[in-house]
Design a protein around this ligand. Structure first.
Ligand code: GAP
Length: 453
């Protein structure tokens, strides 16, 4: 095992979000949407590796939630009754203050643009010829059915959470769960953000992973703190460096209208610490609002205590794309070794094995049928259980490097010796150690090694 002299990470000089954007395109994680038409601003497509990894991110979150006995899953429609957004406050209040520069026509948010807050200047051209801030609703509007009039207006949901609230009774009664219990969902949300950007950090179409935990009023503070801890542990389990994580509690005067307490889990992205997830104590605001607007009771009858109440809600809400980005940023490293021939840089995506797009790559030492035959058979044997890829182009060294760069935990080389001893060489992504393993034991070996990676 060679020990690198130096490890470089994103955020260090010369390594920023663009490093990841170009690796993502080159290796098939993320592409600009509609690229052949010049792209569509702030929209991104997940390529072969990105789609696989995003599925793994979702599976990790989904399992962490729904394998608990007290949480059930939900997959609600993106389109909801327009009254939902009236009740939730989104029609009247889900807006950002927008300013137009009359000279260069740039539009920007006045509440978080430094040059505007400091001296009322356009962040693009510096002009002070600006419009007054006006509220711009972030919901995408469309029409349902063939007639495009005001009666057919419908919205693309700006959060998945309202699906949980309007299905609270459906989920509770059908699953017969008792309070405290939660509803978890993963799905697309849409916000017509004024200033999207930073790759997949802020986009107009994104996926959310939200969980609403319904509790008895009075127990909400206890569960709020529990959920903060649970979500922190999730990030550590999947390998995020704790030095890149922190909580940012919202001060009482900055709380959203529905919140009793709130915190952001922030991650240190290359552009600085920014929100990754929100954990909120939403009180009984949402259920009360939906009771008012729908006229239906959303109260819960607590059998042992023989009393009715409107539950309080603790919410955990994380963007899947943003979490994908955090995992990529955290995993990226360049191992630099130097000798008299010069500098050698090994790029490694040190992803947690559950998140890596492939768990194993099979590499025949040569393209000859003699080896590609058994190598393909081995590929099929592994594919029964693992996400596996196959690579026979160029030298073994180059192929190892290609797999390191996309985070594949194990490479399996089939060589001429394999034909005699029915064994292969397994190479570990991080330690770069190699072991000879019999092909019949390979699935067992990989399964166990992935657990103890
Ligand atoms: N139901 C509560 C809610 O939606 P939020 O803080 O607005 O809360 C939750 O959103 C999470 O969704 C954020 O922490 C972020 O990870 C993700 N998110 C929000 N807007 C996003 C956007 N425009 N692009 C990507 N992710 C976004």
């Amino acid at each position: 095992m060679s020990i690198p002299a130096k490890i470089r990470r994103l955020g260090e000089p010369g390594l920023d979000l663009n490093t990841l954007v170009s690796l993502s395109k080159r290796r098939g994680f993320v592409f600009q949407s509609s690229e052949i038409y010049g792209g569509l601003a702030s929209c991104w497509d997940y390529g072969p590796l990105g789609a696989a990894m995003k599925m793994n991110v979702k599976r990790a979150w989904w399992n962490a939630m729904t394998r608990r006995s007290d949480i059930v899953g939900l997959d609600a429609a993106i389109l909801m009754h327009p009254q939902v957004w009236k009740a939730s406050g989104h029609i009247d209040g889900f807006s950002d203050p927008l300013v137009d520069c009359k000279d260069c026509k740039t539009r920007f948010r006045s509440d978080n643009t430094e040059s505007y807050l400091k001296n009322k200047k356009c962040p693009h051209c510096g002009s002070q010829n600006l419009s007054e801030p006006r509220n711009f609703n972030l919901m995408f509007k469309t029409h349902m059915g063939p007639v495009e009039d005001s009666g057919s207006v419908i919205y693309l949901r700006p959060e998945t959470a309202q699906g949980h609230f309007v299905n609270f009774i459906n989920c509770q009664q059908s699953s017969r769960n008792k309070i405290p219990f939660g509803i978890a969902a993963i799905g697309k949300s849409f916000r017509n953000e004024i200033t999207p950007g930073n790759f997949i950090f802020r986009t107009r179409e994104f996926e959310q992973m939200e969980m609403q935990y319904f509790v008895e009023p009075g127990t909400d503070e206890k569960f709020y703190h529990q959920w903060k801890e649970t979500r922190w542990d999730f990030y550590l389990k999947y390998g995020l460096n704790p030095e890149n994580l922190r909580f940012a509690d919202h001060p009482p005067d900055k709380l959203a209208h529905y919140a009793k307490a709130a915190t952001d889990v922030e991650y240190k992205f290359p552009m600085g610490f920014s929100e990754l997830e929100g954990v909120h104590n939403r009180s009984d605001f949402d259920l009360t609002q939906h009771m008012k607007f729908s006229g239906k009771s959303l109260e819960y009858f607590d059998e042992p205590q023989k009393k009715k109440y409107i539950p309080f809600v603790i919410e955990t809400a994380v963007g899947c794309d943003r979490l994908f980005l955090a995992f990529m940023c955290d995993a990226y490293r360049e191992e630099v070794t130097s000798d008299d021939k010069g500098e050698d840089v090994r790029i490694v995506m040190g992803l947690h094995p559950e998140l890596a797009p492939y768990k194993v790559c099979v590499l025949p030492l040569s393209k000859k049928e003699e080896l590609s035959g058994p190598a393909n058979k081995l590929r099929d044997q592994l594919a029964e259980e693992f996400d596996v890829t196959y690579d026979e182009a160029q030298s073994i060294g180059k192929r190892y490097r290609r797999q390191d760069e996309i985070g594949t935990p194990f490479c399996v080389t089939v060589d001429f010796e394999t034909l005699n001893d029915q064994a292969v060489t397994v190479r570990h992504r991080d330690k770069m150690t190699q072991e000879r393993i019999g092909m019949t034991e390979l699935n067992d070996y990989i399964r166990k090694s992935l657990k103890n990676f």
